[in-house]
Design a protein around this ligand. Structure first.
Ligand code: C2E
Ligand code: MG
Ligand code: MG
Ligand code: MG
Length: 281
């Protein structure tokens, strides 16, 4: 018999809902197993300094390599990892892995390279997040000054006081901070002015239309860049795929470029080879 839900209603068995629940439990089990079996890997996408035309950093992008060798993109498992809290151990691993990789890159002679690491809101608000960063720094082969933490605008719904305290602590440890996918979420200008942020990453959706010759197509990028600069921030453009987009962004004084035009995210060893073979155009 159906059970009373305590709200004066009777909950009926819903086979569709049950299937969804079963599916989620299955996927959660898979994710837990992926952690136990060490099935995650970081791929790295180069960042190019517009002024010098040379690589200045890389973004660590998480992948899940399943038993059958298939690579699962983050959009297929990060939401569940966040929902379940598993993003905390996974995120810790990414931080460790990416800093270790940067250590190897420095050792190979690319001393100016930095690494950008995505940190989810769920991970950041954990009570022990700052402690875990401190432990990480003590063991890492590189200084936090070479590491940038990327947070998305959605972290802004933490409330400005909490976020300001949190970001200040992260920054005090030596990390720099970037706001990811800028322009797609909400972040009020008051937030932007008050928060200790070093960089804005213009989302790809504002970069793609730069290919278009219509004047309107470049308005948003044209507004964000001087705004960020006035607030003392550097600007990164995400998702640059064509020379035309790059040219326009360069003319707008954008600081750093990222996109398939320069390099796709690649496994650690490929990125190392890519760096060694890099020739400025
Ligand atoms: P994001 O941080 O904004 O990363 C940029 C995404 O754009 C990456 O997708 C990258 O592969 C893609 N991209 C870069 N250049 C181009 C381009 O020229 N064209 C196109 N079409 N795409 C480009 P990816 O690797 O699938 O990651 C998606 C999102 O997953 C990331 O967006 C980030 O929000 C999240 N993510 C990735 N790794 C982690 C992680 O370690 N922790 C957390 N919390 N989130 C992560
Ligand atoms: Mg990012
Ligand atoms: Mg982004
Ligand atoms: Mg993005």
């Amino acid at each position: 018999r159906a059970k009373s839900s305590g709200f004066g209603q009777v909950t009926k068995y819903d086979p569709q809902l049950a299937a969804i629940t079963r599916d989620r439990a299955q996927r959660l089990g898979d994710l837990q197993m992926a952690i136990e079996r060490d099935q995650f890997e970081c791929h790295y996408q180069p960042l190019i300094d517009f002024k010098t035309g040379r690589p200045c950093g890389m973004e660590a992008l998480l992948r899940w390599r399943r038993e059958d060798g298939k690579l699962v993109p983050p959009c297929d498992f990060i939401p569940l990892a966040e929902y379940s809290g598993l993003i905390r151990p996974i995120g810790d691993w990414v931080l460790r892995e990416a800093m270790a990789m940067l250590g190897q890159i420095h050792a190979a002679g690319f001393a100016d390279m930095r690494v950008s690491i995505n940190v989810s809101k769920v991970q950041m608000v954990a009570d022990n997040f700052i402690d875990s960063l401190e432990r990480l720094i003590a063991l890492a082969p590189v200084a936090p000054q070479a590491v940038e933490i990327e947070i998305t605008e959605s972290a802004c719904d933490l409330g400005i006081e909490d976020l300001e305290v949190l970001l200040s602590r992260i920054r005090k440890l030596g990390f720099s901070i970037a706001i990811d996918d800028f322009g797609t979420g909400f972040s009020s200008l008051a937030y932007l002015d008050r928060l200790p942020v070093d960089k804005l990453k213009i989302d790809r959706c504002f970069v793609t239309p730069l290919d278009n010759d219509e004047q309107n197509s470049s308005r948003i990028a044209e507004l964000i860049i001087p705004l960020g600069h006035r607030l003392g921030m550097a600007i990164v453009a995400e998702g640059i795929e064509t020379e035309k987009q790059a040219q326009k962004l360069r003319e707008m004084s954008c600081d750093i470029a990222q996109g398939y035009l320069y390099g796709k995210p690649m496994p650690a060893d490929e990125l190392m080879t890519w760096l060694k073979n890099f020739n400025p155009v």
